[in-house]
Write a protein that binds this ligand. Structure first.
Ligand code: PHE
Length: 353
């Protein structure tokens, strides 16, 4: 007795299929519930024992052949499809990079990246603290007791917590000096870039702005170190080797002595030129950490001394990138950002490492 169909023929039919559906329909034709092989199987019972055995074997052989050929052909077709997809989706890495027009880095972020890079190279690490601060961290520990006139220097936003206790939106990054000294033993060498808040708004003030704080505490920190650090920083930041600057005596309750640093500028045809000329722009406040502050933070002021500085990031940013109205920085205007922002891939505007 022979097979109901020519086995060679089925194999060929399956192998000629170009799509998975075609293979599947031949599979159903042979192996489906009402397919050829199950139907023939059902008829076996009517045959004699010898015939049944023989035909049964042949049907099983055919079944295996169809199953194997179907599986192989399905795999072949799938592989061919993947190959085709890979061909079509191939990226030619030798083509020039497409220009990315979407998404710009905000000048404030760019400025913070530069500041971190420059101080990073001077071995400073970066610290952070919360925007909502206790009165102690923002004022008292920094030698600004309640009702002290120095509190009037900063128009503070007060926020009450659930216990009715007064907290503040930090008016400067200096409270992170306190936080760091309370949790770490000297030597300390940190910068703190972050948001700060004062109730003030005009073309050179926004209620939220950014500062970067610096703090060094060890056994021999001194004014000369402080000055050379700040000079190095500003020369690198503005990329001007012979930057003209001056230090002026000043007053901050948390530093003693205190100073402010100015940078020279000229204005020609309404264009600001930094680093030369006869006019002065105040850039930062600094000084030796007041021993009272060290003591408030449990640091022995007979053993340790420190210096600190603080500067406004918006001002640095505006001077470096020629931005004239500070409020533009926070208007969320995409056209503005497209003009003043930085491409994420453009490393040329970063400080050189
Ligand atoms: N915290 C001061 C301010 O906001 C700046 C400052 C920081 C001055 C550290 C001296 C030392 O104006």
């Amino acid at each position: 007795m022979s097979l109901p169909v020519d086995a060679v023929d089925v194999k060929k039919r399956i192998e000629e299929c170009k799509s998975l559906q075609d293979v599947e329909s031949i599979r159903l034709e042979y192996l489906g519930k009402k397919g050829l092989i199950p139907s023939e199987m059902k008829l076996l019972g009517k045959l004699s024992i010898d015939e049944r055995k023989l035909k049964g074997q042949e049907l099983n052989k055919l079944k295996t052949l169809v199953e194997e050929t179907v599986n192989n052909q399905k795999t072949n077709i799938e592989n061919k499809e993947i190959e085709k997809k890979l061909q079509n989706e191939k990226i030619d890495v030798t083509l020039p990079q497409q220009e990315i027009t979407d998404g710009k880095i905000h000048p404030i972020s760019q400025t913070i990246f530069s500041i971190i890079e420059i101080f990073g190279n001077l071995n400073y690490s970066v610290e952070a603290g919360p925007d909502i601060e206790s009165d102690f961290n923002n004022f008292s520990a920094l030698n600004i007791p309640p009702h002290h006139p120095a509190r009037e220097m900063q128009d503070t936003f007060y926020v009450q917590n659930s216990d009715g206790e007064d907290n503040v939106l930090r008016t400067h990054t200096s409270p992170v000096q306190v936080r760091t000294m309370l949790k770490t033993k000297p030597p300390i060498k940190i910068i703190v870039p972050g948001r700060t808040y004062r109730s003030d708004s005009d073309s050179t003030h926004t209620p939220m702005f950014h500062q970067v704080e610096g703090l060094v505490v060890n056994k021999d920190a001194n004014m000369a170190d402080l000055k050379s650090t700040l000079i190095t920083f500003l020369k690198e930041f503005f990329e001007i080797d012979n930057l003209k600057y001056r230090f002026r005596p000043s007053y901050f309750p948390f530093t003693e002595p205190s100073a402010e640093m100015d940078v020279a500028f000229t204005k020609k045809n309404n264009v600001l030129k930094i680093g030369e000329g006869d006019e002065w722009l105040e850039i930062l406040g600094c000084g030796m950490v007041n021993p009272k502050v060290l003591e408030n933070c449990n640091i022995d002021s007979s053993v340790y001394q420190g210096f600190a500085f603080g500067m406004g990031i918006e001002r640095l940013s505006m001077l470096k990138y020629g931005i004239t109205d500070m409020r533009g920085l926070f208007d969320l205007n995409l056209k503005w950002l497209d003009h003043y922002g930085f491409s994420p891939l453009d490393l040329r505007n970063r400080a050189e490492v």
